[in-house]
Design a protein around this ligand. Structure first.
Ligand code: ATP
Ligand code: MG
Length: 425
């Protein structure tokens, strides 16, 4: 036998047994975003490399270490998208969607990052993101958070997630703070690890979310970003909190949340769970008022988030919340005897015409009664629809309920459309 070819490490197949829970999640997401009036946008998976360098930032983990970048046959540098915000802004600018107007959009799809694969961390993973444009006030910051909270409720995981909130201030406030932070870090440079030393020079805020305990111990005495907030930033942040309070959304302020991407300002947030181990952030987002202009558009305020679907699925599995998944087949036909295959096709098509909500699988490949019954059982179908020679002669079908011990019944084909739904009531 030829050697089997395997999938790329960190890029997963979603198998038929797993897709129902994905579909359930996706349908709850669609329902939730549309209940807030958001419109779906679909962007390409491949973009020009410049787009991500210019938006996410040259000295971020994503751009430095994680992008799948390659030259195409024209010699252009292309990248498999590591996230959706940059593409969404690019598309918005390109098609004039953001110019002097408000937009609320969402997307779903695969993202690619060359990371070390582990539970909750993959090289191809899926995000749902929402992005809002043209609204500068704090109510929209609260709205995107409310939208995510509503989804956790719909999924039944609201007790298992915590909202962590922070403000990164304006660019000016952050830059003033960065200078002070670097000064402080330089005084303690001998106690910093290599990673933090490097970040101190390239992206000092990232030192704040270092996982190293010794570094965290030093940071206890570090200057605080919030001490550099002007009135506007402080007021904006207070309003976001007031809206969340009014809506009954609990949160904790975590001044260590700085986000790995360069484009955020003011409100940032993460939804975190302790039920997944180290990969505990299931949704992250915030305000990015500078990005539209940075990518060539007119200055436009913006807020959004991205959630990692694999981590949410893992949560649903861990909490055993994926049990009510319906089978792919409701009715399976069993066809024994000359001519019953043709009759069976007809009946199956008639059912699909008139009862499109039922899932009808027609048996293909003939075989004896026992073999076909086994197939019917394996399909998960509730009903076996049996057409044998006697049924064929009399224009009837036999209905057998595979999920209960009730008597099977033989009825005229003409009354099938009336009778079948009673089995699924
Ligand atoms: P992390 O700190 O876990 O690396 P991040 O800050 O890089 O996350 P974002 O870029 O903000 O993540 O992406 C938003 C969400 O997408 C994350 O909160 C997470 O749920 C999910 N996500 C990010 N990277 C991965 C990955 N490699 N595999 C699976 N999900 C991911
Ligand atoms: Mg990451």
């Amino acid at each position: 036998m030829a050697k089997k070819i395997q999938a790329i490490r960190g890029m997963n197949d979603t198998l038929p047994e797993q897709t129902p829970v994905w579909q359930k999640l996706e349908s709850l997401i669609r329902q939730t975003v549309s209940s807030y009036g958001y419109s779906e946008i679909r962007m390409p998976i491949v973009e020009s490399t410049h787009l991500f360098k210019r938006s996410i930032g040259e000295v971020t983990d994503i751009v430095e270490k994680e992008m799948y970048t390659f030259e195409d046959r024209n010699g252009d540098s292309l990248t498999l998208r590591p996230e959706g915000t940059a593409s969404c802004v690019r598309a918005g600018n390109e098609h004039g969607l953001l110019y002097n107007q408000e937009r609320r959009m969402w997307y779903i799809g695969p993202m690619f990052r060359h990371e070390r694969p582990q539970k909750g961390r993959y090289r191809q993973f899926h995000q749902v993101g929402i992005e809002t444009f043209g609204i500068a006030s704090a109510d929209i910051d609260a709205e995107v958070i409310l939208l995510s909270a509503r989804l956790w409720k719909a999924l039944g995981i609201e007790e298992h997630v915590e909202l962590q909130l922070n403000s990164l201030g304006s660019n000016e406030e952050r830059n003033a703070y960065k200078a002070k932070l670097v000064e402080f870090l330089q005084q303690h440079e001998d106690k910093l690890d290599e990673d933090s030393k490097r970040r101190m020079l390239t992206n000092p805020l990232r030192v704040l979310d270092s996982k190293n305990e010794a570094v965290q111990a030093i940071l206890v005495d570090a200057p605080k970003l919030s001490d550099y907030f002007g009135d506007e930033t402080a007021e904006h942040f207070a309003k976001v909190q007031a809206y969340l309070d009014a809506a009954g959304i609990k949160y904790v302020i975590n001044e260590k949340i700085v986000r790995g991407l360069d484009y955020y300002n003011r409100t940032v947030f993460e939804w975190v769970t302790s039920s997944l181990g180290a990969q505990g952030t299931i949704c992250a987002g915030g305000r990015y008022d500078g990005l539209v202009e940075q990518l060539g558009g007119k200055a436009t305020p913006a807020v959004g988030f991205a959630m990692g679907l694999e981590r949410i699925i893992l949560m649903l599995e861990t909490l055993e919340l994926n049990a009510d998944v319906k089978p792919d087949v409701d009715i399976y036909s069993i066809l024994v005897g000359e001519g019953t295959d043709v009759a069976g096709f007809k009946v199956a098509e008639q059912i699909r015409d008139q009862l499109p909500e039922l899932k009808m699988m027609h048996h293909c490949g003939a075989g004896n009664f026992k073999k076909q019954m086994k197939r019917a059982d394996k399909s998960g179908a509730k009903i076996a629809l049996i057409i044998g020679e006697s049924e064929l002669e009399s224009g009837c079908v036999t209905i057998k309920d595979l999920h209960s011990n009730s008597e099977q019944q033989t009825i005229a084909i003409d009354s099938l459309i009336k009778v079948l739904p009673t089995y699924f009531a």
